[in-house]
Write a new protein. Sequence first.
Length: 418
Amino acid sequence: MKIVFTILFSLLTLCSSAQDKKKDEPKKEEYKLSTTLKTVRGYLKDNKNADANNEAEKAIHAHPEARQSAQLYALKAQALHALVLDENKKMYLKQKPDTSKYFNYIYSLYDAALNCDSLDQLPDAKGRVPLKFREANQQRLLQFRKNLSTADRYFYLKKDYKNAYKYADLYLRSKNAPVFSKAKGGNALSDEKDSLTHASLAVFLAYAYNNYNGVVKYIPIALQDTARLSQIYEVGAKSYYELGDTLSAHMLLFDGVNKYPTNDFFYMTLVKYYNSKNDYQSAIDLIDSVLVHMPDNRNCLYLKSREYENLGDYDNAIKSMNQVVDKYKDDFEAFSSLGNLYLEKAHLAYRNFNLKITDKNYQKGRNQINAFYSKSKDAYEKCRALAEKKQELWLKGLQECYYKLNLGKELKSLEKLK
């Protein structure tokens, strides 16, 4: 019990000390928005625009009340507008302007004005929406609209894709902002005709630095760009895959196959997906739809053979691979695959061969097995002639064929290659 009282006494002493210490600490001054507004106005009056912008930014960053002030954002926009004009003047006078800083001021001007307009639209206590700052903000933004439209290309040429996308994104998302509403209805930017160009650029810029959400954000607009549609399909499909949206990726891939059947990327990507699901027949059906447009395409015929092989249909696999070697006489990979297919046919025939030597059909069965080995040998030898140094494509299979066909001399010659 004595120990308990000792602990309680110690705790009470600590609490009392903490309270006394708290009393001794100076009270934090309550933030006053009016003070910030007065300071910023003072800087603007003295033409200290950078100080005015910094003071407003500091308050916005630190105080929720400042972040809810349309008036403070309006003053910030005024300061930034003046800073843009200063940089613009340097450009006109060729006084070594900082182009990156210039575009940064324009970006910040748009950001401040858009925030201001958003807060300016909130109704007052009587439910009124006076829009005190819209007209001034609209004029400031319109003055540098064309400059904003070139910023993405400026940073693109510097290979600063992240910054370039940032400006393309701002240009596009601000296009329908309420701040550009005309007094009598309509939009002050209704004459702009470059949304498609900026949307396509935004897609490629976002993809360049792995911003897949940025890609798909502007895919719906960019798909209207027929001049770059094939690339947009490809970039869009890859981005949807990265985001785990297989359905959207496949919609673009199927559209790509239909519009650009000769582009290997679209059908090969879908074939790869079907293979991952062991859906080999769907892969064959897709390849057949592509072969309608390019019946002599090597990759399609080769892939079709592999899909039939996956299904265990070696006859059709051999048929397709023979089409490849008939059309492409120097395709050593196709000859290697053909040798493998005939070799597998020989293995299957041997496994199914269970006749006794006295059976009248015994020799016929043996001849069939040897025929497969012989065709396999011919394919491997052709592969060897075309790719002597790529032994992994023909050596092992050719050794087996020589052994099974009792070609001792040829088999012995291969042993020297080991």
